[in-house]
Design a protein around this ligand. Structure first.
Ligand SMILES: NC(=O)c1ccc[n+]([C@@H]2O[C@H](COP(=O)([O-])OP(=O)(O)OC[C@H]3O[C@@H](n4cnc5c(N)ncnc54)[C@H](OP(=O)(O)O)[C@@H]3O)[C@@H](O)[C@H]2O)c1
Length: 331
């Protein structure tokens, strides 16, 4: 792959998020969708047609073996992320894998090891980290613009009408609010305050599927607290409030894909408008390109350690609420 060439993407799992991701991939000048793969060849062919991909495969393995593909985007259920990421890297591909990177820290460690061993770039697709508003907010907080952070309130909640066997509710597929959407408020608290000293958490569980459908979390730090919520049972405002000794930052709905934010200081509110290109996936895509072209195996902005810290935090949350996945019971 010469530096002047386009980076060739392969997409695996032709579902909901892969479709949205590919719409944004088309906006990135030096990216091309070379191949797509599904468990069904017909589905892959249809997806390839929609997104102008040259090749379609009826198995993920065929795409891993395609010499034309530089980087694989993994958009399958969480439970498959570890195996597919490792297999893709073994076959020489760089990988961008959807969040959560894996079910738990143990699986995440195995992926990171594989990236180091194969010297392939690997990143969790924690796209909010690269959102222009979140990047600007992180910088402004690190520069002390609202003083010392004392309190964060963040939520991600919507009323889901997904059936019981859907990915989000099916325990066998890693279902539940914590891993699907609770990861976002946990990410924000981690980005700003780091790994909490201790964590309190409570869940309400689905009566039949037994996955968590509402989870409240308190992250406790030496000098700060974060109150976080994720749920599938009701719509909410999905905003973020960050409160510091010298001011506040407010991110309006939907904060994880922010288009703007407000800084309130001395009773004055200033709004910073930073609309995203497309839905907002292009920024993580550009980060992958930058790292691959620089021969790096991880991003500085969302590193392997960042992913490991975040999933370890979620492991603790699950431990507190008593949510164990069937795969974990078997090991
Ligand atoms: N970044 C974001 O904003 C965002 C948003 C939503 C989801 N996600 C993440 O992306 C991943 C996929 O979510 P999604 O909402 O796109 O799910 P989805 O619509 O159900 O699509 C997942 C795809 O994975 C493939 N797959 C492989 N094994 C499967 C299995 N045993 N059961 C069902 N599907 C299987 C299927 O593709 P084929 O049939 O083509 O093989 C399916 O279409 C999840 O890890 C989720 O956390 C991220």
């Amino acid at each position: 792959m010469g530096l002047s060439n386009k980076i060739k993407w392969g997409i695996i799992g032709c579902g909901n998020i892969a479709n949205k991701f590919c719409l944004d991939l088309a906006l990135v000048e030096d990216a091309v969708i070379t191949a797509v793969a599904s468990r069904s060849f017909e589905k892959a062919q249809n997806f390839a047609k929609v997104h102008n991909a040259k090749k379609a495969y009826g198995s993920y393995k065929e795409l891993f073996l395609d010499k034309d593909v530089d980087i694989v985007y993994i958009a399958t259920p969480h439970v498959s992320h570890e195996e597919l990421s490792i297999n893709a890297m073994k076959d020489g591909k760089h990988v961008l894998c959807e969040k959560p990177l894996a079910l738990n820290a143990k699986e995440t460690n195995a992926i990171i090891e594989s990236s180091k061993r194969s010297k392939r770039f690997f990143m969790e697709a924690l796209w909010s980290r690269f959102n222009p508003s979140i990047v600007a907010i992180k910088k402004s907080i690190d520069n002390g613009e609202i003083g010392q952070i004392k309190y964060i309130n963040a939520e991600f909640s919507f009323k889901s009408d997904k059936p019981i066997d859907s990915r989000v509710l099916n325990l066998d597929l890693g279902g539940g609010a914590i891993l699907d959407i609770g990861i976002y408020p946990a990410f924000l608290a981690y980005l700003i305050l780091g790994v909490p000293k201790n964590i309190l958490a409570k869940s309400i569980f689905h009566k039949i599927s037994k996955c968590d459908i509402q989870t409240s979390m308190i992250f406790n730090y030496d000098q700060a607290q974060a109150i976080l919520y994720s749920g599938f049972t009701s719509n909410s405002v999905n905003t973020v409030r960050i409160s510091g000794t010298e001011g506040q930052i407010i991110i309006p709905n939907s904060w994880h894909a922010a288009q703007e934010y407000a800084v309130i200081k001395n009773n004055e509110e200033v709004i910073f408008k930073l609309p995203t290109m497309g839905i907002g996936f292009s920024y993580e895509i550009e980060e992958c390109h930058k790292c691959i072209r620089a021969n790096k195996i991880e991003s500085d902005l969302w590193s392997h350690k960042n992913s490991l810290d975040l999933i370890s935090i979620l492991d603790t949350v699950r431990d507190k609420v008593g949510l164990v996945y069937p795969q974990e019971k078997r090991t």
